[in-house]
Design a protein around this ligand. Structure first.
Ligand SMILES: *Cc1c(COP(=O)(O)O)cnc(C)c1O
Length: 471
């Protein structure tokens, strides 16, 4: 791109090619000309080459350009409603929050949605209003963000871990029934990484055992099974709009359901226990339940509405890039990309996961692989640590409430860890999982070519990289 192209012209051009998505203040600050040139080169005539030395061994890195940053904020289209809200002085929840809830429910094909402070508390509200209480057990996967488990502990219930299917990274339905006891009240399938869990097998198990199902959809905005959005299949779906999530507000969350009376109760619970529909500022309505205060604000809703306009298009881009990247790396020995269940019609790809098997790379450790990939200019991580053996669980078990609610043997941490052992999950966390973040899937296809070329290059240089790591 020529030096004299104005910023406005640059944004216009990029939004025409659908690449406006990558224009962010930090990129602009980083020097628009060089960044702009690189980001518009969506179709290089030559594919990036995987020959040559690995960057970690002194070669040239495959990728030197910046990656699309997140979240995306476009002042031209995103700021008007937010400014109106700020200038109005109506900041506690009112009509903009309601508008967001209507549009979010509509985007999902759900009857109702309730915007609240964050995803963790969306889960706590749903658990609470589906009557999960101290003394109950809740089935969860170990391959999840800590908040799924914190939410269960916050209600006083006991998390029970069911191992994952390593091919999909999701809770393994075949292992659920063995973990159901008379105390079990709920299952929380987590659509982790934005890939749908196997709801077609989970729902019948829940029905058979009379369990409620709360979908943790905090990473799975607009993902679908048989064209039905996840989060609308169980009794409730819980979303997060934290800054990193595919729909970012900074902090925010939502409970979603088709059950009106449940949603009325959720509203009351997050609003001091006041009746559903009570306006902000009403002090004498009389509570209909024991409640708490987890309400959103109007300006958060305005930010959510602005970003919601782009979510569908971005989700399509992530799906296309993920499928393309998968096709490019699936035949590299030692790389096993995610698998989607057959009935998945769309994923969210909050993360792009694959399994790294070092046997395919001459024994190069995952840590060595990640270091080499990062040196090629490809950000990557090993993802979650194991959750089902962490000390915070024992801290909860030793609390006064837990000691009152459970027999002593259930709180024996050593025994708990043994009973909740999940070998497939251990392998994912400790040896195999590798992630790319969702923002990396928002650029042109040529970005995927670069990721694939970098992995191939490391594969070709594996011998030398192993030697380097042994020094
Ligand atoms: C982000 C996340 C949460 C918690 O959401 P917050 O908005 O950060 O509270 C819960 N579960 C999963 C799987 C998440 O990724």
């Amino acid at each position: 791109m020529k030096k004299n192209v104005s910023r406005r012209e640059f944004i216009k051009r990029n939004s025409l090619t659908g690449l406006g998505a990558v224009i962010t203040p930090s990129l602009l600050a980083a020097g628009i000309d060089s960044q702009a040139a690189s980001l518009t080169d969506s179709a290089p005539t030559v594919l990036p080459s995987s020959s040559g030395q690995a960057a970690l061994l002194g070669g040239n890195p495959i990728r030197t350009k910046a990656w699309p940053t997140w979240p995306i904020w476009k002042p031209e289209t995103d700021e008007q409603q937010l400014l109106e809200v700020i200038r109005s002085g109506v900041w506690s929840r009112a009509k903009v929050a309601t508008e967001f809830e209507q549009k979010w429910a509509q985007a999902l094909g759900a009857k109702r949605s309730l915007l609240v402070v964050n995803g963790t508390n969306a889960l706590i509200i749903a658990l609470n209003q589906l009557n999960v209480r101290a003394g109950d057990e809740v089935i969860v996967p170990p391959y999840t963000f800590i908040a799924t488990v914190s939410a269960v502990l916050a209600t006083g219930a006991m998390p029970v871990f069911v191992d994952v299917d390593p091919e999909t990274f999701q809770i393994d339905p075949a292992k659920i029934e063995a973990k159901i006891t008379p105390r079990t009240k709920a299952i929380i399938p987590v659509h982790i990484l934005g890939l749908p869990a196997d709801m077609n097998r989970i729902m019948p198990i829940a029905k058979k055992h009379n369990l409620v199902v709360i979908e943790d959809t905090c990473q799975a905005h607009l993902a679908e099974i048989n064209h039905q959005k996840v989060g609308t299949i169980g009794n409730a779906g819980c979303f997060s709009f934290q800054n990193s999530k595919n729909l970012a507000i900074g902090e925010g969350g939502a409970v979603v359901s088709n059950d009106d009376s449940f949603m009325d109760r959720c509203f009351s619970y997050q609003n001091y226990g006041n009746p559903y529909g009570t306006a902000v500022g009403s002090v004498s309505t009389g509570s209909v339940m024991q409640g708490t205060k987890l309400r959103t604000t109007e300006y958060q809703a305005a930010i959510g509405l602005a970003l919601l306009k782009r979510l569908d298009g971005e989700t399509t881009t992530r799906n296309e890039n993920a499928a393309y990247l998968k096709s490019k790396i699936k035949d590299i020995p030692g790389i096993v990309p995610y698998k989607l269940y057959d009935n998945v019609t769309r994923a969210a790809f909050h993360l792009f996961p694959f399994r790294y098997q070092k046997e395919g790379f001459k024994g190069l450790s995952r840590a060595g692989f990640l270091k080499a990939l990062q040196a090629e200019g490809i950000p990557c991580s090993s993802g979650y640590a194991t959750l089902n053996n962490q000390q915070f669980l024992n801290d909860a078990f030793q609390s006064k409430n837990f000691r009152k609610m459970y027999p002593k043997e259930m709180l024996d941490f050593k025994q708990y860890v043994a009973q909740n052992h999940c070998p497939q999950n251990d392998k994912l966390c400790n040896e195999e999982a590798v992630w790319f973040t969702q923002n990396m899937l928002l650029g042109p296809k040529s970005d995927m070519d670069e990721i694939a070329a970098a992995i191939e290059k490391i594969h070709k240089n594996a011998d030398q990289l192993v030697k380097l790591s042994q020094k």
